[in-house]
Design a protein. Sequence first.
Length: 193
Amino acid sequence: DLAVVDHYGLARDYEAGLRDWAGTVAVIDDLADRPHDCDLLADPSPGRMVADYQKLVAPHCRVLTGPSYALLRPEFAQQRPHSLSRRKGAHEPCRILVSFGMTDPGNLTVAALRALDKARFIHMVDVVLGGSAPHLDDVHNAIANSGLDVRLHINATDMAELMAAADVSIGGSGGSALERCCLGLPSISISAA
């Protein structure tokens, strides 16, 4: 009934091939840089406008843009009141969350850990990665060779709780940036895509 495409390397030619068996083709995008053959397109990027896709999709395509269409799991909405209330008033950051996605192909986690170590950050650091991250050994080594208090979370299923507990985040600027915004988590966002 439905094919959902969420991939930076796929576009119109691939999506057209889905029409043989999919009743509806939906695309999740955040670049607005290539043509699509779809019936529905969602781009939750802040500031994104429907007009950005005018020449990239067919007239029948329904285009949903802006953060109102962010695909966030319900636990982020559940954690929001608690997360926002604990951020009232200024205080020293005592817990930093480092997360560049489950695979972190650019090995930015190690760069962040080295920067925190060099800055002599003395409080807790939560690092989130997937079990198949290509640089997981490098992350283990960076943790072992640093003076940081690091908790490594492999295949974490409690991201909303980890974000709500953090005072600052260092991470990518994709979908997780919208999760951090939902929870009011101050962030250092690095474009990795």
